[in-house]
Design a protein around this ligand. Structure first.
Ligand code: PEP
Length: 254
């Protein structure tokens, strides 16, 4: 039996100020108050975390950050440590999003360091993996994912794995309106789970939640979530408006 709880997270990227984040949360709270089957997370910009945590207090909405640095403090201009995130009250963090890999030099090695820092601090990491279009078209999807998983999860003990969420995001589907078909997404999610079973063991692999990300919206969340190995979503554009995000979540109840 599948015991994995569906997790839907909104990645706001560099959108919504602190005041806008609070307004979003206030409007969103009653819309999702009954969606208790789903773990609901929103990930605002750093400057809005504190206000978003306070606005969401006592509700079923959890708050996450979009990045974390592995050092505790020091000369790392523009970065933020696990303790600094914890101080705001966030419980989740996105790691290795494709935009960070593409624009900010993130690698599987830095993903691994950030992941270890997040786990040590008790934050729930959502680790992003995914292939670009040229890799899919040249049949390299599986080898790209294997490398990202093997390096990104290097040194993580099996008993820590169930605390980690993997976000499979085909880069060609992010912000493009092109969604992987549910069958295509399921095939890749099953491959990711098989890779986790090879890296760890079958029991461990069966406990890890794997989110799909890439143009997920209210109209397609139901059929994506219905797939056996899709355990949630990481949502960009459709998570920026309380009504569309709450509708997406309602449609995503397994
Ligand atoms: C994302 O950036 O994680 C994402 C999936 O974006 P979108 O939903 O807009 O494609």
């Amino acid at each position: 039996m599948n015991m994995r709880r569906t997790i839907i997270a909104g990645n706001w990227k560099m959108n919504l100020t602190a005041a806008e984040a609070v307004a979003f949360v206030e409007e969103f709270k009653p819309l999702v108050a009954d969606s208790t089957e789903v773990e609901i997370v929103v990930c605002p910009v750093f400057t809005a975390l504190d206000a978003a945590v306070k606005a969401a207090a006592g509700s079923n909405i959890k708050i996450g950050a979009q990045n974390i640095h592995w050092e505790e403090s020091g000369a790392f201009t523009g970065e933020i440590s696990a303790a600094m995130l914890k101080e705001t009250g966030v419980e989740y963090v996105i790691i290795g999003h494709s935009e960070r890999r593409q624009y900010f030099g993130e690698t599987d090695e830095t993903v691994n360091k950030r992941l270890k820092a997040a786990l040590a601090a008790g934050l729930v990491p959502m680790v992003c993996v995914g292939e670009v279009l040229a890799e899919r078209e040249s049949g390299k999807t599986e080898s790209v994912l294997s490398t990202q998983l093997q390096c990104g999860l290097n040194g993580i003990p099996a008993d820590e794995m169930e605390k980690i969420v993997i976000a499979y995001e085909p880069v060609w589907a992010i912000g493009t309106g092109k969604t992987a078909t549910p069958e295509m997404a399921e095939e890749t999610h099953a491959y990711i789970r098989k890779t986790l079973a090879d890296l760890f063991d079958r029991d461990t692999a069966d406990k890890v939640r794997i989110q799909y990300g890439g143009s997920m919206k209210p109209a397609n969340s139901a059929e994506l979530i219905a797939q056996p190995d899709i355990d949630g979503g990481l949502v960009g554009g459709a998570a920026l408006k309380p009504d569309s995000f709450s509708e997406l979540i309602k449609n995503a109840i397994k």
